[in-house]
Write a protein that binds this ligand. Structure first.
Ligand SMILES: CC(C)(COP(=O)(O)OP(=O)(O)OC[C@H]1O[C@@H](n2cnc3c(N)ncnc32)[C@H](O)[C@@H]1OP(=O)(O)O)[C@@H](O)C(=O)NCCC(=O)NCCS
Length: 125
């Protein structure tokens, strides 16, 4: 069962697929902001998914993130997500990525609990 205050920490090593040059968010071979946000979303998603029923999942509906420190391929990062507030189907998180104890990026993220089948059926074509 989901409870306010739950948290999860995941690790990841920066790979060549994660760079700004690779995902076209910039020119340099450094850890990209979109892949940092994907790591934050993945941590928040995993935290919720472990507690949901079969057929339920979460989708991301909001991110408000700062990226404060650059990283190179091979750096081992940690992401911590804390479920700060449950508001009906809305799950509010704080997320923080660190490298060697220094903050790489942080911010707020919101996910929404959906029924997988209904969500896909409701997408307008
Ligand atoms: C999640 C989603 C289905 C909610 O739509 P819905 O079921 O019609 O629900 P509503 O529009 O009534 O919104 C429910 C609540 O979420 C809020 N909300 C919905 N989308 C939001 C967004 N993008 N940012 C912030 N709040 C949002 C609404 O303001 C509402 O808040 P309230 O209950 O306090 O009034 C819809 O926003 C959506 O499909 N978003 C895209 C998600 C996505 O594709 N993510 C990427 C894949 S993981």
């Amino acid at each position: 069962m989901l409870r306010e205050g739950m948290e999860l920490t995941l690790k990841k090593v920066v790979t060549p697929a994660d760079t700004a040059a690779k995902v076209a968010s910039g020119a340099l071979e450094v850890f990209s902001t979109p892949m940092m946000i994907a790591f934050m979303e993945n941590t928040a998603f995993e935290l919720a998914q472990r507690e949901l029923s079969v057929g339920e999942t979460t989708v991301g509906i909001s991110v408000n993130i700062r990226h404060m420190r650059a990283n190179l391929i091979g750096d081992e990062l940690q992401c911590n997500a804390v479920l700060t507030k449950i508001e009906g189907k809305k799950l509010h998180y704080t997320v923080e990525v660190t490298f060697s104890g220094e903050v790489v990026g942080s911010g707020d993220h919101v996910r929404f609990i959906v029924d997988e089948k209904k969500f896909l059926e409701n997408i307008k074509k």
